[in-house]
Design a protein around this ligand. Structure first.
Ligand code: SAM
Length: 336
């Protein structure tokens, strides 16, 4: 009887076919590890650095947009960051909710969090449920293929009446570049409920760098792959450069196991984003983000607190992790 109940109560996690199925299975299957086990990760330095870059991006571009949110009833001093909670955030491709503490720090009023991997979404919701009273914001979690279906399918209409101030897509937007149709659907979801003046933030692999590395491979190399002890990228074709569906396989130690991903050519992305009223205000490689902010009065000490460097300024990353870190770029767009 109890067995029967367990089966009945199993949430109906949706199955996906093709490349998307591989992506979903991969992320759903990755266990949520506790803080202690996370510290044992062989790439903990890189993970901390990626988190620090996201914090810089969210603090620099997200907080001002949140503080300027018309959704706040209170318009006096102290509003937004550090003051009264304000602003509404959409975290698209939220994963297991790794950025929830960043939204706590941003003192947001409301979060919409969505991801195709239903098990990850459940874990994100659980993480939000553990927040203490004063940290809590209003939140709604949903499983959705955001590159195929509109957000209105995941959230009830009343959740979408109030416009969104910040949309964040961390390490996930490139999966939309499988087809032009998916990329358009993704951008429509980003832009449709984002208010004018609102901000779209994200982190994606640096296509220029990946393609340069592919071009630099010796002509007789058997496998079209490059990397080091921490990561590996393998292409299937040396010469073709399609704007969409340009697939490679990505491996990152203790994080991603040969998952199919797609090249995002920056100019193509910018051109398409403009159709949705989104215009770039920031784009930097991760190494640049580091160089730009390491001496900053807030982000420098944050780097020590987030264990990217120790108190003596010694990096927690070895050279291979440092190289892997620069596969990515951070960006911000403004809705006009
Ligand atoms: N943003 C989170 C973070 O920074 O920790 C998770 C990043 S994880 C590398 C990539 C996420 O993209 C996964 O959780 C995956 O399920 C999600 N994703 C991939 N394709 C998606 C889609 N079509 N719709 C929504 N989420 C998707």
């Amino acid at each position: 009887r109890s067995e029967e109940l367990e089966v009945v109560q199993q949430p109906p996690y949706k199955k996906h076919a093709g490349d998307v199925g591989m992506v979903v299975e991969h992320y759903n299957a990755r266990p949520e590890v506790g803080v202690k086990q996370r510290l044992d990760s062989p790439i903990i330095g890189l993970k901390n650095f990626n988190n620090w870059v996201k914090s810089v991006l969210i603090t620099r571009f997200g907080h001002p947009a949140l503080a300027a949110s018309p959704s706040s009833q209170y318009s006096g001093p102290g509003r937004g960051r550090g003051g009264f909670p304000s602003g509404k955030v959409l975290d698209m491709g939220c994963g297991k909710g790794g950025d929830i503490s960043k939204w706590v720090k941003a003192r947001i009023k409301e979060l919409l969090a969505v991801d195709i991997a239903a098990i990850s979404v459940d874990q994100a919701r659980q993480r939000w449920e553990t927040l203490r009273g004063h940290q809590r914001f209003d939140a709604s979690f949903a499983a959705l293929d955001c590159y195929v279906e509109p957000l209105s399918k995941a959230f009830p209409p009343e959740r979408l009446v109030q416009p969104i101030d910040v949309v964040s897509m961390q390490f996930c937007m490139h999966y939309a570049f499988e087809t032009a149709q998916k990329a358009r659907c993704m951008l429509d979801n980003v832009s449709r409920w984002l208010r004018p003046g609102g901000v779209f933030l994200g982190t994606i692999p640096n296509s220029d760098q990946l393609l340069e590395r592919l071009d630099a491979l010796p002509p007789d190399s058997e496998e079209l792959s490059f990397g080091n002890s921490v990561y590996k990228i393998r292409f299937e074709d040396r010469h073709s450069r399609p704007l969409f569906g340009h697939r490679y396989y990505f491996y990152l130690e203790d994080a991603v196991e040969n998952v199919p991903e797609y090249i995002v050519q920056w100019d193509n992305f910018v051109e398409m984003a403009a159709e949705f009223g989104l215009f770039p205000v920031y784009k930097e490689e991760f190494h640049e983000v580091f160089a730009e902010h390491q001496e900053h009065e807030e982000f420098g000490p944050l780097m020590v607190r987030m264990k990217v460097v120790d108190a003596n300024g010694e990096s927690a990353m070895d050279e291979d992790q440092w190289e892997a870190a620069n596969i990515y770029i951070a960006f911000a767009f403004e809705k006009r």
